[in-house]
Write a protein that binds this ligand. Structure first.
Ligand SMILES: Nc1nc(=O)c2c([nH]1)NC[C@@H]1CN(c3ccc(C(=O)N[C@@H](CCC(=O)O)C(=O)O)cc3)C=[N+]21
Length: 280
C-alpha cells in the first residue's frame, strides 16, 4: 500500500483563519468587537483545556472571548438563566455551551435556550434542523471541520459509502446529515451496533466520533478507505488506532493536528459571521 494522504488540520485551519483577519479588521473599524462567550459547567480537566484553547485562538485573531465557569452542582434553571442573560447582551455575538454538561442538567433544554442568531456552535434543535435541510444556520463546528477537510483535499463523497461511528448531538448526528446532503450513502453506527467491523469494512469513508481511544482497527478498513478521526480522548489520542489505520487508508487525519484545529477555526469563522449578521 502507498503512503496515505495526510490531511493536515493545522494547514486547513491556517487557511480559514487567514481569510478571517480582514473581516475582523473591518468589524473593528466599524466599532464592532466580535465576542464569543463559552460556558463551562463543572471541573472536567480536558473540558477546561479545550475552552482555554478556544479562548487563545479567539485572542490571536482579535475576537474577544469570555469564559463563564459554573460549578458542577449548577441547576438546569441557573444554567438557562445564564444563557438567557447572554442572549440579551448585545456585546455578545456567539455563545458556546461546552458539551457534555453534568448528567443532572437537561443539556437539550440548555442548548435550545441559545438564541439561533448566536448559536455559533450549531447545537440548537433549530440549528440542527436547518443544517439537515440546508437552510441558513451556523453549522456545528466539528462536523463542519470534517466537511472542510474533505473539501480542502478535493475528496468528493457523492455516491460513496460513508460510515459514521457515533451519534452524538454535536458530531455523529450532524455530520451524517452533512454527508447525506453531499449525496453520500450514510450508515450511522453507535454503541449498540452489532458487527461494527463488518460494516466499517464496506466504508469508502469512515468518520470516527465515538470517544473511545484507538477504537477503530486498521483491519476493519477496506484498503484505500478515507479516515477522518474526530476523536478527542485523554492523552491526545484519537478514536482510530493510527498505526494500523495508516497502513490501510488512502487518506487519514492525524490526532493531534487533524480535525481539532479545524474545529476551532470554524468556531472563529462562525463567530465573525455572527458579529457581522448581528450588527448589520
Ligand atoms: N459545545 C461544544 N462544542 C465543541 O466544539 C466541543 C465541545 N462542546 N466539547 C468538547 C469538544 C472537543 N473539542 C475540541 C476542539 C479542538 C481540539 C483540538 O484542537 N485539539 C488539538 C490538540 C489539543 C492539545 O494540544 O491539547 C489537535 O487535535 O490538534 C480538541 C477538541 C471541541 N468540542
Amino acid at each position: 500500500m502507498n503512503e496515505p494522504l495526510l490531511m493536515n488540520g493545522q494547514e486547513v485551519s491556517k487557511a480559514i483563519k487567514a481569510k478571517l483577519e480582514g473581516d475582523v479588521a473591518t468589524l473593528r473599524n466599524q466599532g464592532v468587537i466580535p465576542k464569543l462567550v463559552t460556558v463551562l459547567v463543572g471541573d472536567d480537566l480536558s473540558s477546561h483545556t479545550y475552552v482555554r484553547m478556544k479562548a487563545n485562538a479567539c485572542e490571536r485573531i482579535g475576537i474577544v472571548s469570555e469564559q463563564v465557569l459554573l460549578p458542577t452542582e449548577t441547576s438546569t434553571t441557573d444554567l438557562i438563566q445564564t444563557i438567557q442573560r447572554l442572549n440579551e447582551d448585545n456585546s455578545v455575538h456567539g455563545i458556546l455551551l461546552q458539551h457534555p454538561v453534568p448528567s443532572h442538567i437537561d443539556e437539550r433544554l440548555a442548548f435550545d435556550t441559545i438564541t439561533l442568531s448566536k448559536d455559533v456552535d450549531g447545537v440548537t434543535s433549530q440549528g440542527f434542523g436547518s443544517t439537515a435541510f440546508q437552510l441558513n444556520a451556523y453549522p456545528c463546528c466539528t462536523p463542519a471541520a470534517i466537511m472542510k477537510m474533505l473539501d480542502y483535499y478535493d475528496i468528493d463523497v457523492e455516491g460513496k459509502h460513508a460510515v459514521v461511528i457515533g451519534r452524538s448531538p454535536i458530531l455523529g448526528k450532524p455530520v451524517s446529515m452533512m454527508l447525506l446532503n453531499r449525496h453520500a450513502t450514510v450508515t450511522v453506527s453507535h454503541s449498540k451496533t452489532e458487527r461494527l467491523g463488518d460494516i466499517v469494512q464496506q466504508a469508502d469513508i469512515v468518520v470516527a466520533a465515538v470517544g473511545k481511544p484507538n477504537f477503530v482497527q486498521g483491519e476493519w478498513l477496506k484498503p484505500g478507505a478515507i479516515v477522518l478521526d474526530a476523536g478527542y480522548n485523554k492523552g491526545n489520542v484519537g478514536d482510530c488506532d493510527y498505526e494500523t489505520c495508516y497502513q490501510q487508508a488512502s487518506a487519514i487525519t492525524p490526532v493531534p493536528g487533524g480535525v481539532g484545529p479545524v474545529t476551532i477555526a470554524i468556531l472563529l469563522r462562525n463567530t465573525v459571521i455572527a458579529a457581522q449578521n448581528l450588527t448589520r
